[in-house]
Design a protein around this ligand. Structure first.
Ligand code: FAD
Length: 288
């Protein structure tokens, strides 16, 4: 099933993201995560794509295939093009097609200053164009409610986002954010710019000081004072921070759904217990 078909059906789409197990872990360890996620009935599950070469990327493909064929949940495989040429992309598309995976999140990926990027695809929009013209995959793309870190301003970021959609991206998934007003403002700017595809809001529950500081430094998400207070008060109390972080994510989600968001994409961090707790707290909200 192409993901674009999930939207406009009168309910908020709810999806989850998982990442492949670390290199020293067997791929089978993903089953624990997926067993937990299937019970919350996500509309689809996406699998991230590592920057670590072909073995890592075969794992993305294998997990997407497991989600699609063993769990019968639509899968979306992430694919970055910064280290890929057309042959690499052709091979991966053929493998995914053979596995029955129908959806791809087309990304540029982060440029590693120590590794010269390949030159077939300069931007994610080039990858979107290529996949749409060489296959019948459903193609999604990333967006940034607070602007991409490399962007000089929101105007140029949204202009480039429009190019990705014009190239054929049928659905967008947002970077994590903690202030819903940032997302609503972004959504309005997108609609004014003529970006009319469904846009899912990316939500990451705050579960530990270390992980949130790492994520914020990587993606530049701003921290509202409500969240800063939570970290200051509960940061040294893991159980309390976990409870407060889950409550914060639930509050964000219920407000986003009240505001009419197309979908919620939960960054699960391969923690199904947290995903279950969040999904359990919004089960009626999801159906409204
Ligand atoms: P692009 O859309 O190409 O944008 C990158 C920058 O270039 C932006 O600043 C944009 O404004 C600018 N730009 C775009 N087009 C042009 C143009 N024509 N001229 C000039 N500037 C332009 N990374 C991974 O490695 N693996 C993953 O699995 C992964 N999953 C992600 C999932 C989501 C939902 C999100 C939001 C991000 C994910 N990332 C992942 C991170 C992503 O790879 C980085 O944010 C990367 O730096 C940008 O990728 P992009 O696809 O948004 O790039």
């Amino acid at each position: 099933m192409k993901l674009a078909q999930l939207f406009g059906q009168g309910k908020t789409v709810f999806s989850c993201e998982v990442f492949p197990p670390k290199r020293d872990m067997p791929i089978d360890s993903i089953y624990t995560t997926l067993d937990g996620l299937k019970d919350i009935h996500p509309d689809f599950i996406s699998v991230t794509y590592g920057a670590g070469g072909s073995k890592v990327n075969q794992t993305t493909r294998e997990i997407a295939s497991i989600i699609e064929n063993k769990y019968h949940i639509p899968a979306m495989a992430h694919l970055t093009c910064v280290g890929a040429d057309k042959n690499d992309v052709d091979q991966l598309l053929a493998d995914l097609k053979a596995d029955g995976v129908e959806n791809i999140l087309a990304l540029r990926g982060d440029v590693n200053p120590d590794v010269p990027p390949k030159t077939d695809f300069a931007h994610a929009s080039d990858l979107v164009t290529y996949i749409r013209s060489h296959s019948d995959f459903g193609v999604s793309a990333a967006c940034y409610p607070e602007g991409h870190l490399e962007s000089p301003d929101m105007v140029s970021d949204i202009r480039h986002l429009k190019e990705k959609v014009d190239a054929g991206a049928q659905h967008l998934v947002s970077q994590l954010f903690f202030d819903n007003e940032d997302f609503f403002r972004f959504l309005e700017r997108c609609r004014i710019a003529g970006i009319n595809v469904p846009i899912e809001a990316g939500i990451m529950p705050v579960l530990s000081q270390a992980s949130i500081q790492r994520m914020v430094s990587m993606c530049g998400a701003s921290m509202p004072s409500k969240l800063t207070r939570i970290l200051a008060r509960y940061g040294d109390h893991p159980d309390a921070l976990r409870e407060a972080g889950i409550a914060y994510a639930i509050d964000q989600i219920s407000d986003l759904i009240a505001g009419g968001v197309d979908g919620i994409h939960l960054y699960t961090m391969n923690n199904p217990a947290v995903a279950q707790q969040i999904a359990g707290s919004i089960s009626s909200i999801r159906r409204v």
